[in-house]
Design a protein. Structure first.
Length: 558
């Protein structure tokens, strides 16, 4: 129930965030009309899903009386006035009828329930939740507190914040009613009911302004029709050749987020039983939409792409778990392995196509630009698949014998050399971005095309003295794993949706600090390149004190 309520509220906030974006005078009239239609349909469907949401909460028992707390009645226990908690904890005597001794009021079922509710009431009052006729009404606040509000075609039902003061008088008197399971949960978690109204409204099937509510009376068939219309509009917008400007991109980014969150919400809670799959959740569509989303970020953010909290990185783990990609989580987690590689490639390709924008008048380093241009070639992915298949069929073949393979062989050589000994003469910010992108490309091959990486390492080793061959392979594997853990540990320190990796970095700390100098090449690589590139020389300090140093997802200090 908690996730259902927070999910619906988040969708509502997103829809409200779209409204100010239509107020700008920078949109063309045709575009503004199209976006207004999108907003109307999105809000209409959201509101129409109120009734199935309430029905779902009812079936989950959310509107049942709470078994864990109830309102205290006037003189509820003879000879035990509720003067203080201290008094309640005093042992009670047997009654005059000799019905048996009572060890302590705190052992009674009544006291436990009353104490739970009293504790809950104190908790909510402690946080200053204002309610009552004389308090400021939450209904006057926009759903998104930090954004401008925009009037809808119809007035959305007000938000309701629950508080024990709504339900219990200041002094212990006659009870109004028993709170519902949902009320107790929402009060404890400080979650609003949004447009659903109070639990009394839900139980009665009404809400404030119910007769004027947008979407009221829509049949399931009409709701499905509206949903399909929204999906079609998004797919058409994504497939257009016309490049959106910054103002359009801002609206489209919020639309993409809202429709994916709404679609996931419908599927997860079965709000439209006849819908068991989404067009926008099909693998090919997900790949295109995430690429579209990344392109829109560049249109909206421009040179701020690498500093903005809503930015993305070309890594599956981020797309599955990262806060900025939350609306894609469910779709990405359902992707087959092949499509996972495609979506990472799509994000990488989009970022690389825009990367010089962030160099503030600079140009990519020569070594990086060679890698970038090869990766952006139209036939790059086709070449990768062809080479991978050939290696699987003939694992011992010399890749250099085939002329068609030489482009990929040279590319992989440049890629591994840049990762091992990066360009250090470029400006600090550019150097940091280039190195991370090279790592993400190499990680892409390691994750989705390991035969190519292994074959290239074998070729590389054959040119080394025999005593160094195995050492070289293990070193590159250690360096790749170090970068995965290092970035996951520090890049995501503000994002608690990621699994924590503090313990995973400790073996590398031991390798770096080893007194016997068993790993000189690894230590040299970290000290000369990684610590310098990220200006992070204390990464290995114990007790995670340096975890208080925060980085954004592109490893800029914040």
């Amino acid at each position: 129930m908690e996730s259902m309520m927070t999910g619906r509220n988040e969708i509502g906030h997103g829809i409200d965030a779209l409204k100010p974006k239509l107020k700008t005078g920078m949109l063309e009239s045709k575009t503004k009309k199209e976006f207004s239609k999108v907003l109307f349909e999105l809000e209409q469907l959201y509101c129409a899903l109120r009734e199935p949401t309430v029905d779902k909460l009812r079936r989950l028992g959310g509107l049942d009386p709470s078994p864990n707390c109830f309102f205290v009645q006037e003189n509820p226990l003879p000879h035990a006035p509720l003067t203080s908690q201290a008094d309640l904890l005093q042992p009670a005597q047997a009654d005059r009828k000799g019905s048996g001794s009572i060890k302590s009021l705190k052992d009674s079922k009544y006291f436990k329930k009353a104490f739970i509710w009293n504790k809950l009431s104190s908790y909510v009052n402690h946080f200053g939740i204002q309610t009552g006729k004389n308090s400021p009404s939450s209904s006057s606040e926009p759903l998104l507190k930090h954004s401008d509000s925009l009037g809808s075609t119809t007035k959305r039902t007000h938000e309701h914040r629950l508080s024990p003061k709504n339900l219990v008088s200041d002094r212990v008197k006659k009870p109004a009613r028993i709170p519902t399971v949902l009320e107790a949960l929402l009060i404890e978690k400080r979650i609003t009911t949004g447009d659903l109204g109070t639990p009394q409204d839900m139980m009665s099937g009404a809400s404030d302004g119910d007769e004027l509510r947008l979407g009221k009376g829509l049949t399931n068939e009409q709701k499905i029709g509206t949903w399909n219309s929204l999906q079609d509009k998004l797919i058409k917008m994504q497939s257009r050749d016309k490049v959106p400007d910054a103002t359009e991109a801002k609206f489209l980014l919020q639309f993409v987020e809202s429709i994916y969150l709404l679609g996931d919400h419908i599927l997860r809670y079965r709000l439209l039983p006849s819908i068991d799959s989404l067009e926008i959740a099909k693998p090919d569509t997900v790949v295109k939409m995430i690429q579209f989303h990344t392109e829109l970020l560049f249109r909206h953010l421009g040179e701020s792409f690498y500093e903005a909290p809503e930015s993305v990185v070309p890594e599956l783990e981020f797309l599955r778990l990262g806060r900025a990609a939350k609306h894609f989580h469910m779709s990405v987690q359902a992707l087959p392995t092949e499509a996972q590689g495609q979506v990472v490639h799509a994000v990488l390709r989009t970022i690389l196509s825009h990367t010089p924008v962030d160099f503030h008048g600079g140009i990519p380093s020569e070594k990086f630009d060679e890698i970038r241009k090869t990766f952006l070639h139209d036939e790059f992915l086709e070449r990768v698949h062809r080479l991978s298949s050939e290696i699987i069929k003939k694992p011992d073949a010399d890749l250099r014998e085939e002329k068609d393979n030489m482009t990929m062989v040279l590319f992989m050589g440049r890629l591994m050399r840049f990762f091992r000994e990066p360009e250090m003469k470029t400006p600090p910010k550019q150097k940091k971005i280039e190195y991370q992108l090279v790592y993400y490309i190499l990680n892409f091959f390691d994750a989705y095309h390991p035969p190519i990486l292994k074959a290239m390492l074998d070729m590389w080793e054959k040119r080394l003295p025999q005593s160094q061959q195995m050492q070289n392979t293990f070193l590159l594997q250690d360096e790749l794993e170090f970068m995965r853990v290092y970035l996951a540990t520090y890049r995501n320190s503000n994002d608690r949706t990621y699994p924590q990796t503090e313990l995973q970095i400790m073996p590398f700390v031991s390798m770096f600090l080893d007194d016997r100098n068993k790993y000189p090449q690894f230590r040299r690589w970290v000290k000369i390149f990684i610590a310098e590139i990220f200006d992070h020389h204390d990464w290995h300090e114990s007790n995670f004190i340096n975890r208080y140093q925060r980085f954004n997802i592109w490893m800029d200090k914040i």
